[in-house]
Design a protein around this ligand. Structure first.
Ligand code: NAD
Length: 333
């Protein structure tokens, strides 16, 4: 297939080229993000390959279908950025990578918890300046604390398993309790109970209309004062302004984010010589008890290898067997 690959970074080029070593597909590795302005770059392609901040709303999908594209291959598990109904109506086949390394995301999530709790980011800066004072760096034992996992799918279960290993009590909320979570001693409770009892709340459910702003001002009020909130799932699960208020009034004691509601114009780019126009992001960056990474939880060798391998396999399967070549969770529509 001729594939227009959008949002390509050097690491995507390396892993996709290796996965396509037999040269079966003709990959046009394009740096721009997919949008209404850049969709014309897909002219002549059979498929587009897209990442999490590419625009796959109805107008862009219409442009792609009009240009002859038949397949959208997502290099991600999440597909909240795709207008699936529009894609189905246009006859586009959308495929994804449902699982590439839940460990990558779970381990990064726990990394945020540890760094925030023991203030490792601040300690590092102090030691570099030969300030060896400990005042302000006091943490707590995770052992014996309660961790609330919202969403116990592939990633949530990994987080639950790691936290159970730390000696935490693990509570969970999910409409579909997972036997793997029960096997590590997770207790399923209503979300309100989880929020009221957890010292750490970590989000691992997908972004859907139902979960948009799942954590809002009311839910923050239901949390334990001084709670640690971690979001490595999707930015819009959290109402940013409500979280900023929670940080200001101390309801939220620590905040760890790998995703941000308005990340599309920020993340994955080097903007170090530009003025940031996003006042909420700027405000979040001023809190000493906030740690933000730029959507890097997935970013391990294993994950990139699996993302590239599954993406190429998806394209091959659709080329060989038509849309029904990809079945199960890898097929979005
Ligand atoms: P998954 O589909 O295996 O699990 C999601 C779980 O959430 C399911 O068990 C589902 O029942 C549950 N759920 C749905 N609605 C819920 C609700 N309202 N409350 C509680 N639980 C709910 O997904 P996964 O592979 O574990 O990934 C989880 C999310 O992580 C993805 O949707 C994606 O947004 C995000 N993610 C982030 C990165 C990153 O780099 N930061 C990488 C991969 C995935």
């Amino acid at each position: 297939m001729r594939v227009a690959v959008f949002s390509t970074k050097p690491y995507d080029r390396d892993f996709l080229t290796a996965a396509n070593a037999d040269g079966r597909h003709e990959l046009a590795l394009l740096e721009p993000r997919l949008s209404a302005e850049t969709a014309t770059l897909a002219r002549g392609a059979d498929a587009v390959c897209a990442f999490v901040n590419d625009d796959l709303g109805a107008p862009v999908l219409e442009q792609l279908a009009g240009a002859g594209v038949r397949v959208v291959a997502l290099r991600s598990a999440g597909y909240n950025h795709v207008d699936v109904a529009a894609a189905a109506k246009l006859g586009l086949t959308v495929v994804r990578v449902p699982e590439y390394s839940p460990y990558a995301v779970a381990e990064h999530c726990v990394g945020l918890m540890l760094a925030l709790n023991r203030k490792i980011h601040r300690a590092h800066n102090r030691v570099r300046e030969h300030n060896f004072a400990l005042t302000g760096l006091l943490g707590f034992d995770l052992h014996g604390r309660t961790v609330g996992v919202v969403g116990t799918g592939k990633i949530g279960v990994c987080v639950a398993r790691i936290m159970a290993g730390f000696g935490c009590r693990v509570l969970a909320s999910d409409p579909y309790p997972n036997p793997d979570a029960l096997a590590v001693g997770v207790e399923y409770v209503p979300l309100e109970t989880l929020l009221a009892q957890s010292h750490v709340v970590t989000l691992h459910c997908p972004l859907t209309p139902d979960t948009h702003h799942l954590i809002d001002a009311e839910r923050i009020r239901q949390m334990r004062p001084g709670v640690m909130l971690i979001n490595t799932s999707r930015g819009a699960l959290v109402d940013t302004r409500a979280v900023i208020s929670g940080l200001k009034n101390g309801r939220i004691g620590h905040l760890g984010l790998d995703v941000y509601e308005e990340e599309t114009d920020l993340f994955f780019e080097d903007l170090s010589d530009q003025m940031l126009r996003d006042d909420d992001f700027s405000r979040l960056s001023t809190f000493p008890n906030v740690l933000i990474t730029g959507h890097q939880a997935f970013f391990t060798e294993e994950a990139l290898h699996n993302i590239a391998g599954t993406t190429i396999a998806n394209l091959t399967a659709v080329e060989r067997d038509g849309p029904d070549g990809v079945t199960g969770p890898a097929r979005v529509c």
